[in-house]
Design a protein around this ligand. Structure first.
Ligand SMILES: C[S@@+](CC[C@H](N)C(=O)[O-])C[C@H]1O[C@@H](n2cnc3c(N)ncnc32)[C@H](O)[C@@H]1O
Length: 220
């Protein structure tokens, strides 16, 4: 996947991005202590703020493909005094997560209402897919969580099928063996989630957990 270079006239061309390099350490993006959580596609960023308020111990990074929203939200986080533990970076999560290190360093991934594309010719834009799931599984700690929400029933079924097919992820919903969750247990909602709830529409929620990695034995 090629890196997108904004046009020189784009008003948000200075949106913050990950540093250059094949491997970018999370600790170099947000130094300090506390578990890392990643939101893919934070849009206007409401979840980042609400989650930071609910969990003052976590460090949060949002990866947002739109220059405008990544720039505005990152600036607002800074203005709110959260810049040392929460960032909104401009990135295509599918390619940029591949550069993050180390493995097994993220406690939770959030995807709230991803992929607002419906036309067949837009299929290549879909963020959810094997490439993204491989990065998520690599970066999650053992037992770490992937939480996905959507208001589109067919999309929930598709996501469930795709995630269930990943060998390193197992369902962790309300009932054993199921990924479905009735509620969002993270004490924070995304802007779209607030709107869907206000409109009285159903939200489909899925949770998966990273399987425990096999122990590496020294045969020498
Ligand atoms: C329907 S909006 C939902 C926004 C927010 N998560 C919410 O629930 O209010 C989907 C978001 O995902 C972002 N997005 C789509 N594809 C992406 C990708 N490949 N990498 C990062 N962000 C992406 C879009 O720009 C948009 O902000």
């Amino acid at each position: 996947m090629t890196t997108y270079t904004p046009s020189p006239n784009h008003p948000y061309k200075h949106a913050p991005r990950l540093p250059e390099g094949d491997r970018v350490r999370l600790d170099d993006v947000l130094p300090g202590s506390g578990p890392f959580e990643i939101e893919i596609g934070p849009g206007r960023g409401g979840f980042l703020f609400e989650r930071c308020a609910a969990r003052p111990d976590v460090r949060m990074i949002g990866f947002e493909i739109r220059l405008k929203w990544s720039a505005i939200v990152d600036e607002k986080l800074r203005q709110a005094g959260l810049g040392s533990r929460a960032r909104s970076l401009n990135a295509d999560a599918r390619s940029e997560l591949q550069r993050l290190a180390p493995d097994a360093s993220v406690t939770t991934f959030f995807l709230h209402f991803p992929d607002p594309w419906w036309k067949k010719r837009h299929t290549k834009r879909l963020v959810m897919g094997p490439e993204l799931l491989d990065s998520i599984a690599r970066l999650l700690i053992d037992g770490g969580e992937l939480f996905v929400q959507t208001d589109v029933e067919e999309r929930a079924a598709l996501y469930d099928e795709q995630i269930a097919a990943h060998p390193d992820l197992e369902p962790a919903g309300d009932a054993p063996g199921s990924s479905n969750m009735l509620e969002n247990p993270y004490e924070a909602r995304s802007p779209r989630e607030h709107r869907v709830i206000e409109d009285g529409l159903p939200v489909h929620r899925l949770r998966y957990r990273r399987r425990v990695r096999a122990a590496v034995t020294d045969q020498s």
